[in-house]
Design a protein around this ligand. Sequence first.
Ligand SMILES: NC(=O)c1ccc[n+]([C@@H]2O[C@H](COP(=O)([O-])OP(=O)(O)OC[C@H]3O[C@@H](n4cnc5c(N)ncnc54)[C@H](O)[C@@H]3O)[C@@H](O)[C@H]2O)c1
Ligand SMILES: O=C(O)[C@H](O)COP(=O)(O)O
Length: 390
Amino acid sequence: MLFIQTYNSIAKRGLAVFSTECYKLNEAEDPDAILLRSYSLHNVPISPTLKAVARAGAGVNNIPVEKLSELGVVVFNTPGANANAVKELALMSVIATSRHFLEAANWTKKLVGNGEEISPLIESGKKQFVGTEIQGKRLGVIGLGAIGGLVANDALALGMEVMAYDPFISVNIAWQLSSEVKRAESIEEIYKNCDYITLHVPLTDETRGMLNHQSFSLMKDGVHILNFSRGELVLEDDLEAALKERKIGKYITDFPTNRLLSLENTVVLPHIGASTKEAEENCAQMAANVLKQFLETGNIRNSINFPNVNMPYTGKRRLTITHRNIPNMVGQITTHLAVYHLNIADMINRSKGVWAYTMIDIDNAISDQVMNEVIHRLKKISGVKKVRFL
Ligand SMILES: NC(=O)c1ccc[n+]([C@@H]2O[C@H](COP(=O)([O-])OP(=O)(O)OC[C@H]3O[C@@H](n4cnc5c(N)ncnc54)[C@H](O)[C@@H]3O)[C@@H](O)[C@H]2O)c1
Ligand SMILES: O=C(O)[C@H](O)COP(=O)(O)O
């Protein structure tokens, strides 16, 4: 029996992946795996039984990835599964901002009760909502991943000029990107040349506070900024000053704070970028599937801390080991197996940064006692984190 702990509301289609007698949801204090969305795991005690965490979504700043890696816990996310939902909201926001959509709709609602007078009131009042068209305006996309790539291509289709900055762009996204997207050589080029700037980078130590007084000072007067990535990418003190000076036209964000709610020229949404039926189902299903696959076969797909590994099952038992990426690990592991005359049918060893994963299929049938002894010995190897027999 494997125990899954869920946090947040996970779409039924994802939970259904675990509707077999092998799994129980939310019934144990010591889960084998966690499935969550934005719930913060930073202060949640980690049980020694925990083997994997799957984020049904993109951002993993709510997960203590380093701490989990040290414990040998594999962390997954769902690349691209909610990208279309965020793209639609971001592009909608570009148009809505340019046409004063919210202000105009709210103003019109207030005319209720004016009877026959509504028509003349509208005709005299509508001039306050004269907007601008996005055609021909320049959109700066910072971060060309799953979301940024879609935003860039579709903004072109809407008639915008697009300039993008991503020093770590993946080959896959580069292939999918229109050749009309202008590549910025530096982030400053985006700041200096764009009428709208949209952020699509993860929150990391490097990106935290990337928009600040210095970056605002380089931007065009009246630039509109969209932040559907994470609130902490923008320094709020500096943002407030730039909004008050009208340096920034509008700040549209999915990440409310008390201060932002009270500031003029901000549009603050309740973190609904990924809140579509389609995105919720995609993310939940993808996260549940990679979790199930890992728990049952040891194979890893879409992990952010351990390498992708896919080996067909050949032996009688499978041994999986998360460990540091250091020399002689495989040598030490196989030496211990040899003590018990365990014959290797197949094996794979892959690394990702400072972490690595070894999976070994064994020909022999193995007693529980031998399995326990092998696990005990392997765990004593310096750098080995978690050992499982499947
Ligand atoms: N509002 C929402 O509901 C919502 C939904 C999904 C994702 N997000 C946020 O959006 C972020 C991006 O999502 P994604 O699916 O596109 O992720 P992704 O991993 O596909 O893309 C991120 C891109 O940012 C680039 N990048 C990293 N550091 C950079 C830097 N310093 N400068 C420029 N580019 C940099 C990477 O190379 C990558 O191409 C997530 O990390 C998450 O925080 C928010
Ligand atoms: O990073 C993400 O995928 C988004 O922020 C979505 O978060 P949510 O799953 O809590 O809506």
